[in-house]
Design a protein around this ligand. Structure first.
Ligand code: ATP
Length: 237
């Protein structure tokens, strides 16, 4: 059995009277890529925001590398190796690309410059435009910047919230190539996606969410090969 890096146990998230997440449990093995898929409003973002400390769960526990982080603040989790790439990219639009990357590299001290240069080699488009405002980048480039910024914190676990949202199919392929590269580099990935088919193609394991609960779980390849699942949850597209 691979080591469990993240364990979500009976997690519940409520907004007032709305129970957005109800008793969700799953584990993420170290080095794996796990995806949570489901329709708009199924509770995917609420789950990863609860894991990363952006939303306070109303019940359940989250363990990271065996430590209870259920009530830990988001900024305290970054140095411990848990980083989120937020939905909608949320790069700092008026700051330059370099300034955005410097924010991600803060913990590296004197090594920050070299680490940022490495990112410019990996993403030449960011290097060429390093002095420009991040808001001048295309949606796909902003997504790459958001991932690069998160990776500069040298996370053990990266949470990604709908990284392909709003991007053209060719750019979606590029983003998924980067996600697979992140995982190949040894970082564990928990990926939330509406693009279920694409996410399951990249993942080791998947959980299909419906109305705040896990409807089905399994190896991603098994879920993808199951016609009933495709019909019931993933649509025909
Ligand atoms: P999306 O793809 O739209 O982000 P999702 O699967 O990530 O969907 P959530 O964003 O977690 O789903 O939302 C789950 C439910 O919780 C939805 O019914 C949503 O309307 C509700 N919800 C989410 N955030 C809040 C909030 N801040 N206040 C009240 N209700 C919320």
């Amino acid at each position: 059995m691979a080591d469990t890096l993240l364990s979500v146990q009976d997690l519940t998230v409520s907004y007032g009277r709305v129970e957005a997440v109800r008793g969700v449990s799953f584990d993420v093995a170290a080095g794996s890529l796990v995806t949570l898929v489901g329709a708009n409003g199924a509770g995917k973002s609420s789950i990863i925001n609860a894991i990363s400390g952006l939303v306070r769960p109303s019940g359940g526990r989250v363990l990271f590398d065996g430590d209870d982080i259920t009530r830990a603040k988001s900024h305290r989790l970054v140095p411990r190796g848990l980083v989120q790439v937020p939905e909608g990219r949320q790069v700092l639009a008026t700051m330059t690309i370099t300034e955005n990357l410097q924010m991600g590299a803060r913990s590296l001290g004197r090594g920050a410059g070299a680490a940022i240069d490495e990112m410019y080699q990996r993403f030449p488009v960011l290097g060429e435009r390093r002095k420009l405002a991040a808001g001048s980048l295309s949606g796909g480039e902003q997504q790459m910047l958001a991932i690069a910024r998160a990776m500069l914190a040298r996370p053990r676990l990266v949470l990604m919230d709908e990284p392909s949202m709003g991007l053209a199919p060719k750019i979606v392929d590029e983003v998924f190539a980067v996600i697979e590269e992140v995982r190949a580099g040894g970082t564990t990935v928990l990926l939330v996606e509406q693009n279920a088919r694409r996410a399951l193609q990249a993942a080791d394991e998947g959980h299909i969410l419906q109305n705040g609960e896990i409807a089905r779980s399994g190896k991603a390849a098994t879920l993808l090969a199951d016609d009933d699942i495709i019909q019931a949850y993933l649509g025909t597209g």
